[in-house]
Design a protein around this ligand. Structure first.
Ligand code: GDP
Length: 490
């Protein structure tokens, strides 16, 4: 794919060639919306297709018309409260909604939110977000003159505790014959479990069931995964996704840049760190090290893998043998600060401090080849994964953004945290393979052929067999490099 840079910085194209609109926003209340273009190094697939821009503007108009606080929202909520589903009186004067319920880590949440928003575009719905305390103060409102936050008096109680398979889940409604393909009346709301694990509402991915769901005014989406490749595999959506994204590799990149704008509190973390530690370098390399329990290896082995990968893909600066001092062409006087050097900043994101310590020592004890000055930084090392705490989520979000401001990315396979940083960066990262049988993988890593995230464990549905031909799919859907059971768009 074409990779272009924003060139002269954000001032010229802070709205990403029309992806974002200016009207309807107060600049000071969400600085990142207007400033982030200055920090991103690449903006491939910009300008976006005119069709995507039209679709987004139409979405924004619909959202404004139907958002909380509007008479249409009040009317729809009243219908829900009174238990009325479809049927007489539920015509086009009502809006149709998707309520997204957060689940799992931040990377997972962002990927499922992108997928749910794409589904809202495809099904003419309005996306509202349930924001429990740990998810508050992370993202600005993305749509002009309206909120996407679901008000606390929403009539379905205990949204955070519905579980995976409540009575109102689509599979239970079908099993209990409370909803049927040919029925004219449907329940007022339906819960959809689109997660990785059990009790998944697999029928969601069938065309016939989409026709039934289209009649339901309120769909509650519980998901922690990127399900765009499965949407693409459906006959009813494939053509439209192509029109919106002529290069299907750009879905998560463009939608993440459209939807996610860190709040000023998070943006403060991001910009303070970037400007203090990263801005001065000529080149930034983001390294994200995630160690899953199923792939645990020692810190020494992981370090060996990072270096092997770096050698294979030429990522980190190589070093001189111990004791060798490099001479550069620059005649420099210590401390004079007048000579421009080649400088590389390595930014590490990890729950652990080991790789930071090891890499820092590497460039302290050895000169980097070519006289490059190498600095190594890591904003936090929380040691344990904490999900469900606002402070942690804010730091995690800040680090996803800091990674996405790199010229080069080395991320960990299978990690949605890493997927998100590459999508935002608009860059195909190099990805470390997860260890199997506690051994350093060989080869250690692979350069991705697409910046799209992997959909882990997609359902394979009989109903899809005829929807899209195999040849058609093979052209744009591939097995993930880092997950044998996953699929991704390319
Ligand atoms: P995944 O588990 O790697 O797919 O990524 P998720 O973001 O879904 O979940 C991991 C969670 O652990 C994150 O949301 C963070 O709270 C935390 N975490 C993992 N790696 C890092 C890291 O490098 N930095 C920070 N600040 N938090 C991390």
């Amino acid at each position: 794919a074409r990779r272009t840079t924003t060139g002269g910085g954000g001032a010229t194209d802070e709205l990403l060639s029309g992806l974002l609109v200016r009207g309807g926003f107060d600049r000071g209340s969400c600085l990142s919306r207007f400033e982030s273009a200055q920090y991103f190094k690449y903006s491939p697939y910009t300008p976006p297709s005119a069709y995507l821009l039209r679709k987004l503007r139409a979405y924004e108009a619909r959202h404004k018309k139907c958002a909380p606080g509007t008479p249409l929202y009040a009317k729809s909520v009243e219908r829900l409260r009174s238990g009325s589903g479809s049927g007489p009186g539920a015509g086009t004067e009502y809006c149709n909604y998707l309520v997204w319920l957060p689940y799992n880590g931040l990377g997972n949440r962002m990927l499922s939110l992108i997928s749910t928003f794409l589904y809202a575009l495809l099904s003419d719905r309005v996306l509202l977000v349930h924001v429990p305390a740990d998810f508050a103060d992370l993202f600005c409102e993305p749509f002009p003159d309206a909120t996407w936050v679901l008000p606390p008096d929403f009539p379905v109680a205990n949204l955070s505790d519905l579980g995976r398979s409540p009575e109102q889940s689509y599979r239970n409604l079908v099993a209990n014959k409370k909803i049927a393909a040919n029925a004219t009346a449907v329940p007022p709301w339906v819960f959809l479990n689109l997660c990785h694990e059990k009790d998944v509402d697999e029928l969601f991915y069938c065309g016939a069931d989409q026709l039934v769901l289209a009649k339901v005014k309120w769909l509650l989406v519980f998901s922690d995964k990127y399900f765009v490749p499965s949407l693409y595999s459906m006959g009813e959506f494939r053509g439209e996704i192509h029109r919106l994204f002529p290069a299907v590799e750009s879905v998560s990149h463009l939608l993440s840049r459209y939807l996610f704008h860190p709040t000023n509190s998070v943006w403060g973390l991001v910009t303070r760190y970037y400007n203090s530690y990263l801005a001065q370098a000529n080149r930034r390399i983001g390294v994200q090290i995630r160690i899953f329990d199923f792939a645990r290896i020692s810190a020494d082995d992981m370090y060996t893998q990072i270096l092997a990968c770096s050698r294979q893909e030429h990522i980190l600066p190589e070093i001189e043998a111990a004791g060798n001092l490099t001479t550069t062409n620059n005649n420099t006087t210590a401390g004079s600060g007048t000579v421009q050097h080649d400088t590389t900043a390595i930014l590490i994101a990890s729950l652990y401090a080991d790789y930071y310590e090891m890499l820092k020592l590497r460039y302290y004890e050895h000169a980097a080849k070519g006289g490059v000055r190498v600095s190594v930084f890591q904003p936090t090392h929380a040691k344990v994964q904490v999900t469900g705490q606002r402070g942690h989520n804010q730091k995690a979000l800040s680090e996803i953004y800091l990674l996405s401001f790199s010229e080069e990315l080395l991320t960990s396979g299978t990690s949605t945290f890493g997927y998100m940083s590459a999508s935002l960066a608009g860059m195909r990262p190099t990805m470390l393979y997860s260890a199997r049988q506690r051994r350093v993988p060989e080869p250690p890593c692979v350069r991705m052929v697409t910046m799209e995230p992997c959909q882990h464990r997609p359902v394979s549905m009989e109903c899809q067999a005829n929807a899209v031909t195999k040849e058609d799919l093979a052209r744009h859907v591939m097995t993930c490099e880092d997950e044998g059971l996953g699929i991704k768009l390319f």
